[in-house]
Design a protein around this ligand. Structure first.
Ligand SMILES: *Cc1c(COP(=O)(O)O)cnc(C)c1O
Length: 462
């Protein structure tokens, strides 16, 4: 299986190199050259299998020769062993034909564990084989950073450096990043917002000398291996509700577009998905783009669903690449315009996007009201991100088609917002109960590329 860049100018890579590289050298994102299809029979055969076995069958065609079958099975087993629920991604019912896919039973209580735990094991296997040493640098609005730290802490041949926006993550998120004791973990609080963190990360990748010097590797949601890991739970959820014999729809709380893009890949592989609904909070650039065709960046307005507080949605580039018939030159042009504030999607491309995606937004008040109303009606306590999606799903769903709404974080990750909405303060699961007692370790840094680069050079030499 070969991977090509969305901007058409970077070398074609195999799975392993695309994973270790993250961002392509032309600034683009790696995508599979072709999408392997799964027949209806192969999908039907997933019924009743464990999460791990489904993961193996869904992902294997994308891996190519990178790992042999036994090794890949062992990697998957290790990745999901630390989850707190035997089903890994259980479905619960909210209403007639409306289901919630709980993706928060991993070690850091957010769906990002699904991808990050897998990628940690993949890196470990790959680096052990090559003896290579890498520096993983990630930018996070909260959940990616803790998931990466949890997945890579203590692994050989890896340093993990996480940039998060100072003062703009929840206390639980911060503590999950600053309390791990492993020496290869480095949390950096950047003076800026998430888009600044993401921009500095991109700058580092575009500085090829620095990139080679420190063996830079990326595990942000642009990393193809992360998207791939997320394809799996679309299959487990759809199959448990009757696919391939019955269509289902999904609503996905969306920020960087990695999660919903994984749903799109599942659909392209042959999973019968009717609608993929992009749910945004008040930072609704994707919703505005899908409805009006203009992708115009604005100020980030902090919300109670901070992991969706972004204006530059990186993985959207992958959807644009397909919508523009895989014309890397056209995508590179759009991304150049984006640097100047935005671009307009062509009519043809917009139509192509709308064939797969719907969109909606929830205001802060609607989000809070949805948390309260859902608790009242079902007993399920939603995190604010999941509540954004439940609100949008309720508005848009076709009652005849099962709607699966993705619950992306445990409510205890955002206790203040949940308590404000319901009067109930969600407790942390037992395995994390002493989080508030552990000592924190973090470096504050200004939003300056060369200062960050020096800091990283210094840290990885220890
Ligand atoms: C990261 C995150 C999202 C957004 O996911 P994307 O793949 O970036 O669109 C939504 N909810 C939570 C809780 C997250 O951590």
């Amino acid at each position: 299986m070969n991977y090509i860049s969305t901007r058409g100018q970077a070398p074609t890579l195999g799975f392993e190199q695309a994973m270790l590289t993250g961002l392509a050298r032309d600034g683009g994102l790696y995508v599979p050259e072709t999408i392997p299809e799964m027949s209806a029979d192969a999908i039907a055969a997933l019924a009743g299998l464990s999460y791990e076995e489904t993961a193996f069958r869904v992902m294997l065609p994308f891996i190519g020769e990178a790992f042999d079958a036994a090794e890949f099975r062992a990697i998957i087993a290790a990745a999901y062993a630390g989850f707190d629920h035997v089903a890994r991604a259980p479905l619960v019912q909210l209403d007639a034909n409306h289901f919630l896919l709980e993706l928060f039973h991993g070690p850091t209580l957010a769906f990002k564990d699904f991808a990050m735990q897998l990628i940690g094991q993949l890196f470990r296997a790959s680096l052990a084989r090559s003896g290579q040493r890498v520096t993983i640098v990630g930018a996070t609005s909260g959940d990616t950073g803790s998931a990466a730290i949890e997945a890579f802490a203590g692994l050989d041949n890896v340093d993990v450096v996480i940039l998060y926006p100072h003062g703009k993550v929840s206390e639980v998120q911060r503590r999950q990043m600053t309390t791990p004791a492993a020496a290869n973990v480095h949390a950096i609080a950047l003076d800026g917002n998430f888009d600044d963190c993401q921009a500095r990360l991109k700058d580092m990748f575009n500085d090829h000398a620095f990139r080679d010097e420190v063996g830079l590797a990326g595990v942000n949601s642009i990393n193809w291996a992360r998207v791939l890991a997320q394809v799996v739970y679309y299959f487990t959820a759809a199959v448990s509700l009757g696919a391939p014999h019955r269509k289902v729809s999904f609503t996905v709380p969306t920020g960087n577009f990695g999660d919903v893009f994984a749903g799109y890949i599942a659909k392209r592989m042959g999973l019968p998905i009717d609608r993929l609904v992009i749910a945004t909070n008040q930072n609704d650039i994707l919703h505005r783009c899908l409805t009006g065709g203009a992708y115009l960046t604005d100020q980030v307005v902090p919300s109670i669903s901070p992991s969706m507080d972004i204006q530059v949605s990186s993985n959207f580039e992958r959807a644009l690449f397909d919508a523009y018939d895989r014309d890397g030159g056209a995508v590179a042009q759009l991304m150049q315009e984006l640097a100047g504030g935005g671009f307009t999607v062509s009519q043809g491309a917009l139509q192509a996007l709308r064939e797969h995606f719907d969109s909606g937004r929830a205001s802060e008040a609607e989000t809070a009201a949805t948390i309260a109303r859902t608790l009242e009606a079902t007993g399920e306590l939603l995190c604010p991100h999941s509540a954004v999606a439940v609100k949008v799903a309720e508005e848009q769903r076709d009652p005849a088609v099962p709607m699966i709404t993705l619950a992306t974080a445990h409510p205890a990750k955002f206790p203040d917002a949940v308590e404000a909405a319901t009067g109930q303060r969600p407790g942390l699961p037992r395995f994390m109960a002493n989080l508030y007692d552990r000592p924190e370790r973090v470096t504050r840094a200004s939003n300056d590329l060369s200062a960050l680069q020096s800091l990283i050079r210094e840290r990885r030499s220890h």
